[in-house]
Design a protein. Sequence first.
Length: 601
Amino acid sequence: MSRDDDGRDSSPRGPPWPNRNTLWGHAIADEFAKAGVSAVCIAPGSRSTPLTVAFADHPGIEVYSHLDERSAAFFALGRAKRTGEPTPVLSTSGTATANFHPAVIEANQARVPLVVLTADRPPELRESGANQTVDQVKLYGGAVRWYHELPEPEVDGRKLRSVRVAVARAFATSRGTPPGSVHLNVPFEKPLEPVSVPGDVPDGFERDEPLAATGRDGPFVGVERGRPTLDDGSLERVADALAVERGLVVAGPSTTLDADAVTEFATATGFPVLADPLSGLRFDAQLADRDVPICGGYDSYLDAPNWPAPEVVVRLGASPTSKVLRGFLREAVRESGTRQFVVDPAGEWREATFTADHLLATDPNRLAHDLAPLVEATGSERWCERFAAAEREYWELVDTAHDERFFEGTVLRDVLADAPVPATVFVSNSMTVRDADRFARPRAADLTMLGNRGASGIDGIVSSALGAGSATDDPLVCVLGDLAYYHDMNGLLALSRCGVDATVVLVNNDGGGIFRMLPIADFEPPFTDQFRTPHGLDFAPTADLYGVEFVRTGDRETFRDAYRASLTSPGTQVVEVRFDAEDSHRFRETIHDRACDAFGE
Ligand SMILES: Cc1ncc(C[n+]2csc(CCOP(=O)(O)OP(=O)(O)O)c2C)c(N)n1
Ligand SMILES: [Mg+2]
């Protein structure tokens, strides 16, 4: 028997339970496991001890230990993006909880299930000057789908059942329609450790309250959830509205679009599919067998003068990355009366150009499947061929350009073209995802491409990518800019602590290259010091710090060699490529102008 500082016995965890906090923590961990959770992310701290001990003790739960809460939450987000299932993330009380906030926002807006557990002091210590005590009640405001504070631990059957119900509900709500963030605040009084408190949990508790103490065989509350569908009359009306010659399916960022269902529908109508790089449709093992054009070059040719407007657009997923595409859809509605159907399973109004005339509050995959037999193949062959021809011409033009000059866009082209199959490729925001949109050609390959487009932050990219990588055996590639890398260097610790290998492609243009695209670039000062923010940092030492290889490359050949070598090497390599942002920016414009000239004729 061992003893703690106060001389109390700290014998192994129950049952019989040494104290109420141990019992409470066990019920929470047990209920998450029964709901289907197999991993949690935990950052160290004292107040969360009963939960940390319970999760670490649970044979069905793997613990990913993180030293920094912001990285922990983004790691959990990345895992959930890859698996579709929440990985709960736990912190102690105080400012630790606020470090979850960016990931909570991103998960909620990107519709990724995330359950955050924040340990707290008991309510009477709020506003009392007690140490490490902050107002955690509804801390994340409107950025969660559900907030709930658990009762203070008590050896009471009804309260314990309410805790099991709350866990089941948190899990189910995070996976709801739409999925998102959920916050459980969990107050604990001392002792926090599994020390014996004689009489705290009576010996007969298990026998008297079996449902509360040990729960059920499976989840305490099983949740069956249906997919929202349209009735037959609505389907007929939509099908009638789609009987046009020039229609488009626009697939925005999504981790849930079913490429088979969507292309089956597009084929039935004869509408080309404009596939965002994060839609799950641009890199698709069956791409070569699709009977409609799956397009990725739209950012360029839709900007050409006189590109004809569609009569109808069906929009699936989130708002597309391409500004040109969003602008094209807006102007088509304003100038040509294009009808725009936005499909959203949650019935949310995710359309910021305010030009859509119809919201279809239904599951997009189910809609595609249900509409396919109802629609007529009215899409004109000329219209489809126009897109198919533009795609052929655009990718040829771009390939020639990449051979002519190595610029930031070439990196995204090569990363996706050379990625092994299967692979998970996580791309950062800023120019990285935009270059993927413009320069990564649709490919018949089983690639899972992910990014944080919910709130488009450049924080937490490394951690999100490593979280996604932790969920599969696929090779993992993370492509990001230098500021995004700087933002989440802490996240690199998960490589060793969480056993993830990656190829990190660091596009280093010494600052925020994206700002060159904005009118502020003409205002000097403050452009360089306050926007572009060149930092001159040498990132090579980060590799030493985190025990990975750092490979600096300068031209396309050395980059491609290093990238390919990394994909087949054990461990993690950071492959840095340095660019002059101005140079890359000008060359993007050159390519865009060439394409507009070619397609304007
Ligand atoms: C957390 C966060 N802070 C600030 C921004 C605003 N922002 C958008 S892009 C960008 C620059 C990103 O630089 P880098 O990662 O090097 O990519 P590059 O622009 O060079 O492609 C900044 C600061 C943001 N999106 N997220
Ligand atoms: Mg940069």
